[in-house]
Design a protein. Structure first.
Length: 273
């Protein structure tokens, strides 16, 4: 991994995500951090009714540069040897992030989010799930109160479907190659489902992750997010990884009121494609 992209709107949620990303860069030896700020604009027109693009964009652009510099400074010391780049844009967030990711050859996007049904509180937070589902770049979603401690235990949530059609090992490789002492594949059993050692999808996963000696855990599912939450908490998972195409779970994870989900306050969710 060479580049982490950190979109921000200067809120506490995005600052917490940025602090996590800085710590992650130090932990994983990532040489470049890219900060991106989307700034809204107020349209200004000339007396003849034409759009004054300079008056519309320039004040917002200058303010964005000043605030982005102050934001990065507020994060504290950037790890020695880590290059920092800054970008601003007035286009839509999704388009802007996609363009910056392409320009900088981004390997991982780190974004903050608030759970409990209030993800629309911030500009960045309201777009996090959409970006995570549609970009091909791995996205690490940082809950509002998550702090980086270690990346030693990773749980990969699999539904044992179309395993050979996804290449999730690539999205996980950087994390798995760095000091992971326990890599678990979690499968929640549907009603009446039985899994044995000869299950074809299990064998594919074993082959895919052979280098990392995965352990397989099975849990009867009664309430999906509660069951995932319980496992994350009990196993002391540091990062929960999943493939969004196979789960209608992202919105539920961050909006579910039925229980205090463990990863609402602690555990980042890594979206791999």
């Amino acid at each position: 991994m060479k580049t982490i992209l950190i979109p921000t709107d200067f809120t506490e949620t995005s600052k917490n995500a940025a602090e996590y990303a800085v710590g992650l860069a130090s932990l994983l030896g990532v040489p470049k951090l890219v900060f991106y700020h989307f700034y809204p604009t107020t349209l200004v027109y000339t007396p003849t009714g034409e759009l004054d693009e300079y008056a519309t964009l320039e004040p917002s652009r200058i303010k964005s540069i000043e605030e982005l510099n102050a934001f990065i400074e507020s994060l504290g010391t950037i790890p020695e040897g880590v290059e920092v780049e800054m970008y601003q844009g007035a286009e839509s967030i999704n388009v802007g992030i996609a363009e910056i990711a392409k320009i900088t050859n981004t390997d991982l996007i780190v974004m903050g989010i608030k759970g409990g049904g209030i993800i629309k509180e911030t500009i960045i937070g309201s777009h996090t799930l959409s970006i995570a589902k549609h970009t091909t770049i791995p996205v690490l979603i940082i809950p509002a109160f998550a702090k980086l401690n270690k990346c030693e235990k990773i749980t990969f949530l699999s539904d044992f479907k179309d395993v050979d059609k996804n290449n999730s090992v690539e999205g996980l490789r950087t994390f798995l190659d760095h000091g992971v002492v326990k890599f678990t594949v979690l499968h929640l059993l549907r009603h009446g489902e039985k899994i044995n050692e000869a299950h074809p999808e299990k064998q594919k996963l074993e082959k895919m992750f052979k280098k990392y000696s995965p352990s397989f855990q099975y849990k009867e599912s009664h309430h999906y997010t509660d069951d995932v939450s319980d496992f994350v908490f009990e196993s002391k998972t540091d990062i929960l990884a999943l493939v969004p195409e196979h789960h209608g779970l992202l919105e539920t994870i961050f909006n579910d009121h039925t229980k205090k989900l463990a990863f609402h306050s602690k555990v980042p969710v890594l979206i791999v494609h």
